[in-house]
Design a protein around this ligand. Structure first.
Ligand code: HEM
Length: 466
């Protein structure tokens, strides 16, 4: 830890965050046009701006170099552990603060030091077989996800070769819930688990009860997998950390709903939108079969994890010319960092391969350990969709798309499209990248879900939408 204030000649005077008249971050403008909000804040304050985050004052970091500096945390002064947030400990954060539940369990995301390293080892070890594409489990998972995707697209076709659909409710959300179901290893009771996962990720009025039921189901699964391990992430986590109490393991596995159900699902929708309306380079790479490249472009242009959960300064410091005092919370804006002219103007728009120096997966000690899996899932979902479509367009003007109101996620509530399916759909699934040899499916699929279950799930999701 460095207890010194980092000084340079023009060190600004320090002002307590709470004394600054912070602007409300979450406005209607932020929901519909966040880029304008970031640019206004950057114009007014520079790389670091005081904002009001749902009633709590925080520093929003907008500069690419500053976001990267905090993420790398070379001086060890930034902590994600809420114990380093005095206002939280002193009860100054309202009991009904909407982001409070994220701190219910410490886990990998909100721990530091040795505790964090142990959680990360578990995640890395457990994820490896599912995201290292040279491993049979990873290839099997890919085949299964392709099959789920094709089944869902076939359900679309049941109401006609062309028509209107909400791709979020009818394709992306159920697909990602199927992946959660597969990774968690829910066997019996899959349909109830899928519906409760949907209710939890939808955060509607029935979410609390669904969360409780899901927690009970997760506990049951963990107990069962301890007796009889399966080919799933739960069993792989148990193998990596046999010592972890069931509730803690359940909380870690529960993260899948957020990172797969919400974040990965959002990146799929954002990639589809990017291809349809946004970015000619994204469309060109898709047309050239470079689907992973398309996903990279979408992750940079419209990152699903647009702002990261809070970090706390453990010592007074200066960031981008602003004095941050020990205990102050900062929120890193990945989306604003990508739009920072110091980063954006250095990119070569004509390059076939887009930059990998973006921060959509974070960086440093908390960098996303599941980025390969996420990229593969998005790649398969996007590829199967466009393989099957002869025509696809938004059913709403792009600036009227219904974005979810969230400070930490850029995702759509619905993705209404008009589609026209190909008359003769491709018979065999193609590889996820378009540029690697096809993996052979090995063995029977675990966690298979019948078409009728899928169909019921989609109908239920649509009913909840209407
Ligand atoms: C498009 C989908 C995803 C995006 C955009 C994303 C992005 C991120 C980012 C930016 C972080 C760093 C957060 C921070 O530094 O505050 C992170 C952390 C994490 N991600 Fe992902 N992620 C995605 C999917 C996944 C998947 C599929 C998994 C695993 C199945 C996963 C597991 C994790 C875990 C466990 C952490 C916490 C790591 C730590 O704190 O050490 N993510 N993710």
């Amino acid at each position: 830890m460095d207890p010194q204030i980092h000084t340079h000649e023009s060190t600004p005077a320090s002002r307590p965050l709470a004394s600054m008249t912070a602007e409300t971050l979450l406005t209607r403008d932020f929901d519909s046009r966040p880029a304008l909000v970031y640019e206004r804040l950057r114009g007014k304050y520079g790389a670091v701006a005081p904002v009001d985050l749902l009633g709590v004052p925080v520093w929003l970091v907008l500069g690419y170099a500053e976001v990267l500096e905090v993420l790398r945390n070379d001086r060890g002064i930034w902590s994600k552990n809420p114990d380093d947030w005095p206002a939280f400990g002193k009860g100054e954060v309202p009991a009904d603060w909407p982001l409070r539940p994220t701190y219910a369990s410490r886990g990998v995301s909100y721990s530091e030091g040795r505790e964090h390293a142990e959680f990360r080892e578990m995640w890395s070890a457990a994820l490896r077989p599912f995201q290292d594409r040279s491993q049979p489990q990873a290839r099997l998972l890919e085949e299964e996800v392709r099959r789920y995707a094709d089944e869902l697209l076939s359900l679309l076709a049941e109401s006609g070769q062309s028509g209107w659909a909400d791709l979020s409710a009818q394709y992306v959300r159920p697909l990602m819930l199927m992946v959660c179901n597969r990774l968690i290893g829910f066997g019996v009771g899959t349909e109830e688990a899928l519906m409760d996962m949907w209710r939890v990720t939808d955060a509607g009025p029935d979410a609390p009860e669904a969360t409780a039921r899901l927690a009970a189901m997760l506990t049951e699964v963990i107990v069962a997998k301890r007796q009889q391990p399966g080919d799933d992430l739960t069993s792989a986590m148990l193998a990596a950390r046999a010592d972890l109490p069931v509730e803690q393991l359940a909380a870690e596995i529960g993260m899948l709903l957020g990172v797969v159900g919400d974040l990965t699902g959002s990146l799929i929708c954002n990639t589809i939108v990017e291809v349809i309306v946004g970015n000619t380079a994204a469309r060109a790479s898709l047309a050239g079969g470079m689907v992973r490249e398309t996903v990279n472009r979408a992750a940079m242009a419209n990152p699903a994890n647009n702002n990261l959960t809070l970090r706390f300064a453990t010592a007074d410091t200066v960031l981008g010319g602003t004095v941050i005092m020990a205990g102050d919370p900062v929120m890193l804006s990945v989306a604003a960092a990508h739009a920072d002219p110091r980063f954006a103007q250095a990119l070569d728009p004509s390059s076939v391969h887009s930059s990998r120096a973006h921060l959509a997966w974070g960086a440093g000690p908390h960098q996303c350990p599941g980025d390969e899996l996420a990229t593969t899932l998005v790649t398969i979902a996007v590829e199967r969709l466009f393989e099957r479509m002869a025509g696809l367009e938004l059913a709403l003007p792009a600036d009227q798309l219904p974005w979810r109101a969230s400070p930490i996620m850029r995702g759509l509530r619905a993705l209404p499209v008009r589609f026209r399916l190909r008359e003769f759909p491709p018979q065999a699934p193609v590889p996820a990248t378009g540029d690697e040899p096809r993996a052979e499916a090995e063995g029977p699929a675990a966690g298979t879900v019948s078409r009728s279950t899928l169909s019921r799930l989609v109908r239920a999701l649509l009913r909840q939408r209407s």
